[in-house]
Design a protein around this ligand. Structure first.
Ligand code: ADP
Length: 558
């Protein structure tokens, strides 16, 4: 800008100088011509007086730088100071002579026929009818002009040097305040002429500020929504470059941060990259990844603008639970089929023998007992499965009741007294009266399974102790026995469906492997915990169940 202002000023100066110069030269030439014309007229006065007094002799002895001609009334040249008058042609038709004939004197400017040089002529008609003519060559006039021009040239050079310095300084002085304008706070006091521009700038600043505030607010809202999402969310552009990532996405990938680079930094799995490519190409891409022993479902969705995909959102869902449940369901159905098949095969086998009359009368009580036992086992299995599926469904329709746990525990123990006797196991129970909000049928089921196991997995003359106590907010129940115990390696798995520890014992002691699974689900249903302790085989076992006393609104939470 400084250069431009400088060039503009210099151009103005140069143009002005040349216009001024041309005017001056024209003016001075004009002035010169007028001055010369006047000088010729006044010299003519002297020469006229000389001619009137001495005639041609005066002219002959006259020594003048001016060319003097004396022309007769008929145009014959009588005298010429620069040429031989005898050889000169008739001058009556010369412009200045013609003018002098009518106006008494005349001027003209032309090339001399006689001398071949440009001349300025002045002619005057004398009293005797002759004409006196004085002339100077234009060359001498031009000499004066070129003198003016050479002086003018030096004046121009000097002016240009001064103008150069001034223009440079002026340009800087003009530009400096503009450079100091702060675009964020444009001041209006510098140049009044800039006010409309600066006002517009300020207005635009305000618009930008408002838009930025809205954008920031939107970004904040977006961030707070995405950071609180359980699902991972990644936003990428059309080149698969990451634009934003929420905390859940980083957690699912097991990362603590990310770079503003390609989405490939999160996972190099081919399936993941294919899903991203599919999303950016067709607008949709999915895959399931296994990261850190968790299953992550990737759902890519393209973002279109004017029909073109120019980015994508990648949603990451932790589907480990679903996947596990699916796996468990598969295992469960396989186990159920197997467990149902075993007793049914025995029943079918024995009944077939009986049908074909292949059973001796003496064997009949044994076979009948076998069929009865297997059918009971089948019934138990079906009942357990029904209980489990009810717990899986959240025991819909079952209401909480406030009961005295002591009464429930004593009833369960009493119910198992016969079985304990049969197994030669003594059973005792002790604890205070405790009011608790529970679904009684589930608690009954829990206690029955624990007491039943403590009797079943016991030894001759063994003991079972059922006890409970209360702290601030919980009921703590213990079912302890001094039976066969549980190996440390089995303790973590006994709550799994169909898991039976120590196969040698399990084959002799009847059971479905579903009892503790029902206990675990029942306890979880009541927001409690269940733990097992056993020093190992033949060391006895303690099951501890902790249940919260209050279950306000719990019925609605399932
Ligand atoms: P089951 O129908 O086989 O009793 P459970 O789910 O009730 O199934 O128990 C799972 C396994 O845990 C049992 O097979 C048994 O090996 C072990 N178990 C449970 N309770 C006891 C206990 N009190 N003492 C020793 N082992 C036990």
């Amino acid at each position: 800008m400084t250069k431009r202002i400088f060039m503009t000023i210099m151009t103005c100066v140069v143009v002005t100088i040349f216009v001024l110069g041309a005017l001056m030269i024209g003016f001075s030439m004009n002035q010169n011509q007028s001055a010369v014309s006047l000088a010729l007229a006044s010299e003519a006065d002297f020469v006229e007086t000389g001619i009137n007094q001495k005639g041609i002799d005066y002219l002959n002895q006259l020594n003048s730088s001016t060319r003097i001609s004396w022309i007769d009334a008929d145009g014959t040249v009588l005298f010429d100071s620069r040429a031989d008058s005898a050889t000169m042609e008739n001058h009556l038709n010369r412009d200045e002579i013609q003018q002098a004939t009518t106006d008494n004197d005349g001027y003209s400017r032309r090339k001399s026929n006689t001398l071949g040089v440009d001349y300025l002529y002045y002619a005057r008609e004398l009293d005797d009818g002759t004409f006196l003519r004085l002339s100077v060559s234009i060359a001498s006039l031009s000499g004066m002009v070129s003198q003016v021009i050479s002086e003018f040239f030096w004046a121009v050079v000097l002016t240009m040097i001064v103008a150069y310095g001034l223009a440079k300084r002026l340009a800087r002085l003009l530009v400096e305040p503009i450079n100091t304008i702060d675009p964020d706070h444009p001041s209006l006091s510098i140049y009044r002429e800039l006010s409309p521009l600066l006002n517009k700038l300020e207005q635009q600043n305000r618009t930008i500020e408002t838009q930025m505030a809205t954008l920031k607010q939107n970004q904040k809202e977006f961030d707070s929504i995405t950071s609180n999402m359980n699902e991972g969310l990644i936003v990428i552009n059309a080149n698969a470059m990451v634009l934003s990532v929420n905390a859940s996405a980083l957690r699912l990938f097991g990362l603590s941060g990310f770079n503003k680079g390609s989405v490939a930094q999160f996972c190099h799995d081919v399936d993941f990259m294919n899903a991203i490519n599919d999303t950016l190409e067709s607008g949709h891409g999915t895959c399931t990844l296994e990261i850190n022993q968790r299953y992550i479902r990737v759902l890519g969705s393209g973002v279109k603008s004017s029909g073109v995909i120019n980015g994508a959102t990648i949603l990451l869902l932790d589907v480990t639970e679903t996947k596990m449940q699916e796996q468990m369901r598969c295992e469960f159905s396989a186990n159920v089929s197997h467990e149902l098949k075993t007793p049914l095969t025995s029943i079918l086998g024995y009944s077939e023998l009986m049908k074909n009359g292949m059973v001796d009368a003496v064997d009949l009580p044994y076979i009948a007992t076998e069929i009865y036992d297997q059918a009971s086992r089948l019934l138990q299995l079906v009942e357990d499965i029904i209980h489990l599926s009810r717990l899986d469904d959240g025991y819909r329709g079952q209401d909480y009741e406030t009961i005295d746990f002591a009464e429930l525990a004593k009833a369960v123990v009493a119910h198992h007294a016969d079985k304990a006797n049969k197994h030669h196991v003594s059973i005792s129970c002790s604890g205070p009266s405790v009011l608790i909000d529970v679904v009684p049928s589930i608690i009954d089921e829990i206690m029955s399974n624990l007491v039943d196991n403590a009797i079943k997995y016991n030894r001759d003359n063994g003991h079972v102790w059922v006890s409970w106590s209360v702290n601030d907010s919980s009921l703590i129940i213990q079912v302890k026995d001094d039976g066969i115990g549980i190996a440390a390696s089995d303790q973590a798995r006994i709550f799994e469906r169909f898991y039976r520890a120590d196969k040698s014992h399990s084959s002799t002691i009847e059971g479905t492997g579903l009892g503790l699974s029902i206990v675990k689900h029942g306890v979880q249903f009541h927001h409690g915990t269940v733990e097992v302790e056993s020093p190992g085989l033949n060391g006895g076992t303690i099951f501890t169940v902790v249940l919260p006393l209050q279950f306000e609104n719990k019925a609605h939470s399932h």
